[in-house]
Design a protein around this ligand. Structure first.
Ligand code: ZN
Length: 243
């Protein structure tokens, strides 16, 4: 018996007796997305972050696509002032520019936010390589799904250790027939690898002293704390044209 699948309520199935197609009710159905399932899974995940995680600062930097969308200009200190040279080479004159933290974009960061996160443990291992002492071990960090991490963003922990983040892995919950949009079905978009930065990294120029970080992050309220007085958000946390 062969099936001739046609869209709609009916299918054509060949009758084995006479070889003629006969119409039957379509046996398949299109499953609707179960939004409650995503909600519950998100709640469990965020509760896990608040159960065994810690507060940390995410420094989301400006990236080339932000510049291309007109959200930010080039850094007047290290890029614009270099004129044709910087334009030709597409890079700034200063790796450690104090105004853009090496991004070449004005202000350096697109957002500074505080979120709960879980870090895996890693022993501090150092290796001496051609570019100096590097921390070879990477750990993984997992946080809330309400913002987008890109390769080159940073996370700062309470002890003032600063990590450079990689592009995260997306994890969505498929609960029905639909494209897995980030806003609708994303559970833990921000599950990413993090590598400890050397103290000479521009990450340490982003101006929070050790004491300020500790003062902000090392708190233990019974309910999730509100950090909006401290946070700086200059552009949407999830790019507006990407759901
Ligand atoms: Zn600069």
């Amino acid at each position: 018996m062969t099936e001739n699948i046609v869209p709609g309520n009916e299918v054509l199935i060949e009758n084995p007796d006479d070889g003629q197609p006969e119409k039957y009710r379509n046996p398949y159905y299109v499953r609707k997305t179960q939004n409650w399932a995503v909600e519950q899974e998100r709640q469990r995940h965020i509760q896990a972050l608040y159960s065994v995680g810690e507060y940390c600062v995410f420094a989301l930097m400006w990236h080339l696509p932000d510049f291309q969308k007109g959200l930010v200009g080039r850094c007047p200190t290290c890029y614009v002032s270099q004129g044709k040279i910087a334009e030709a080479y597409g890079q700034s004159s200063q790796f450690k520019c104090p105004d853009c933290f090496g991004t070449t974009f004005e202000g350096g960061f697109r957002a500074i936010i505080v979120r709960p996160a879980i870090f895996t443990d890693a022993d501090d291992s150092e290796a001496f390589q051609a570019r100096g002492v590097v921390h070879t071990q990477e750990l993984t960090v997992e946080t809330t799904p309400d913002f987008r991490v890109l390769n080159g963003d940073y996370v700062f922990r309470t002890n003032n250790v600063r990590y450079r983040l990689r592009t995260p892995a997306r994890m969505t919950l498929r609960s029905g027939f639909s494209h897995p949009w980030q806003r609708q079905s994303n559970l833990t978009y921000n599950h990413t690898r993090a590598a400890e930065e050397d103290p000479t990294s521009p990450a340490y120029d982003i101006p929070f002293s050790k004491d300020v970080l500790r003062g902000i992050l090392n708190i233990h309220p019974q309910q999730p704390a509100n950090f909006s007085d401290f946070e700086i958000i200059r552009a949407p946390l999830i790019p507006a044209d990407e759901d």
